[in-house]
Design a protein around this ligand. Structure first.
Ligand SMILES: Cc1cc2nc3c(=O)[nH]c(=O)nc-3n(C[C@H](O)[C@H](O)[C@H](O)COP(=O)(O)OP(=O)(O)OC[C@H]3O[C@@H](n4cnc5c(N)ncnc54)[C@H](O)[C@@H]3O)c2cc1C
Length: 471
């Protein structure tokens, strides 16, 4: 009789033939690269970075001001970074969750919530208007409770959010398990204002939409330098140069063109695995008919969802930071961490223990200490940026883009009046203190998860200062 496999052996066996590349980017729908920028040209606006933030900035600029001549420069390929590697949860929240928003901006939270809901509607309308085939559906999200101590927190969460005008409901264990058959659930918070999408196909669709409106897109055109000039700014790439009065930076976790952003943003690597398409009997054994996005409630949380072809994407838990590492780092492959993620998938759904893992990958998250995007400018307002989405930017990037354009074109809007928009996060300390502080915070968060959510002195101090670390 063969020996029974341990959980670790089962996880490694499932990973045996996995491709270490993002599933979303490996699809045949990936378009050919647009040609790089060559020679000298001019534009009214140059957007740097073709992730979702840059794509929305270029598209919204043309929708708001059709006469603008807009160029979008991407150093690699469209959506090659976070935007083509993420979980594809499209949340209405623009504050990295309701509680983060309520805690930081209690007076304006109702407005922030309404703007977030309107932003989600704007995304849905754009997908429909341009016929973007990206598997979007308003699935809702379940934040599942996987430890009894989390039940009280979940009830408080729903009460607090409801008091601030957010429509959430609390599901008990029976209701949650009836919907999605995992033995780990004690209940869930249901949020209807969340969708799921294939983020790469959304990005490619937005690029096409922007081009339809006249945006010029160049891939493999990394911007090496920005310099003030008679026209405003010179934007230089390896092969070309653009003279422009306005530059929008949307470069997330990459080395920033404005060095000061290093104070506020750290790249944190988040890992994901994806199963093969589930056989029909396994799919039936899980239920999950409404295909909600699911996240669990620990500090070190997992997120998971189904794809159109019934694979499970399962990510999160460990968020890895190492001084000096940027997108493309060796931290994007970590076999031990990936195997642990697969074990957690098997704990959540024992039904999939024999389904191979076909893809495993990671991406860098632009983490800031307030967890939600911030904005700013340089060169007397000729250069603007949005950055710091901290792992919840698929939906919020459209709001981020509009706010960036408000600032660049000096338009006063409901957005520019917001405290959230007018303030910045607290900076991280410089190295080597930064690495120490982040490691200490990660250890404390893991300990809190093991000790029924009890936050130690370090976390309580950070809480009091409004500081945090999250993916
Ligand atoms: C593993 C993972 C899971 C996630 N899951 C979710 C989720 O489920 N839901 C959610 O809301 N968010 C999620 N996120 C976050 C989300 O992906 C991003 O916030 C969102 O896609 C917005 O990204 P961005 O455009 O700001 O950055 P990016 O997608 O990183 O784009 C920045 C672009 O700028 C380019 N660039 C950088 N420097 C230069 C330069 N000098 N010149 C030219 N180009 C340059 C880069 O090549 C890159 O393409 C996740 C992120 C990761 C990594």
């Amino acid at each position: 009789m063969p020996f029974a496999q341990t959980a670790g052996q089962r996880a490694r066996a499932a990973l045996k033939d996995a491709r270490h590349t993002p599933y979303w980017l490996a699809q045949p729908a990936r378009p050919e690269p647009r040609p790089p920028l060559e020679g000298q040209t001019t534009a009214d606006l140059v957007v740097v970075g073709a992730g979702l933030s840059g794509l929305w900035t270029a598209l919204r600029a043309k929708q708001r001001r059709p006469d603008l001549d807009v160029i979008l420069l991407e150093g690699g390929r469209i959506a090659n970074a976070a935007s083509g590697r993420n979980g594809g949860f499209v949340a209405a929240s623009i504050t990295h969750g309701h509680l983060n928003g309520i805690e930081r901006w209690p007076d304006e939270f109702a407005t922030l919530n309404a703007m977030g809901v309107a932003n989600l509607r704007g995304i849905e309308q754009t997908i429909e208007e341009f016929g973007i085939d990206c598997g979007y559906r308003r699935s809702g999200e379940l934040q599942v409770v996987t430890e009894p101590y989390q039940l009280e927190h979940a009830a408080d969460h729903v009460r607090m959010a409801t008091d601030h005008g957010v429509e959430l409901s609390l599901w008990n264990a029976e209701r949650t398990q009836a919907e999605v058959h995992s033995p780990t659930y004690f209940g869930a918070i249901h949020d209807p204002e969340v969708g799921i999408v294939d983020p790469a196909r959304l990005s490619w669709g937005l690029a096409r939409a922007a081009e339809q409106l006249g945006v010029r897109i160049h891939e493999n055109s990394g911007v090496e330098a920005l310099q003030p000039s008679a026209a405003g700014m010179t934007v230089r790439t390896f092969g070309g140069r653009v003279e422009t009065p306005k530059v929008a930076l949307t470069t997330a976790a990459h080395a920033p063109l404005l060095k000061r952003l290093n104070l506020f943003v750290v790249p944190v690597f988040d890992h994901v695995v994806m199963t093969a398409p589930l056989p029909a009997d396994v799919r039936a054994a899980i239920g999950w008919e409404q295909r909600q996005g699911i996240g669990d409630s620990g500090n070190q949380f997992h997120y998971y969802r189904l794809t159109d072809d019934d694979r499970i994407l399962f990510g999160g838990y460990d968020a890895v930071y190492a001084a000096g590492e940027r997108p493309g780092s060796h931290l994007e492959r970590d076999d031990e961490l990936t195997a642990r993620l697969v074990q957690h998938l098997h704990d959540t759904f024992p039904q999939v223990a024999d389904v191979p893992i076909e893809y495993a990958w990671a991406g860098a998250i632009d983490t800031c200490s307030r967890f939600s995007a911030f904005w700013g400018s340089a060169y007397s307002g000729r250069v603007g940026y949005v950055i710091g989405f901290t792992g919840l930017g698929v939906g919020a990037s459209r709001f981020g883009a509009d706010t960036l354009l408000d600032g660049l074109f000096k338009e006063r809007t409901d957005r520019t009046a917001l405290k959230m928009v007018r303030s910045k996060p607290l900076p991280f300390p410089p190295e080597p203190a930064r690495q120490l502080v982040i490691d200490m915070t990660r250890r404390s968060l893991a300990k809190a998860d093991e000790q029924d959510g009890q936050r130690d002195l370090w976390l309580r101090t950070l809480d009091r200062l409004g500081l945090g670390f999250d993916s």
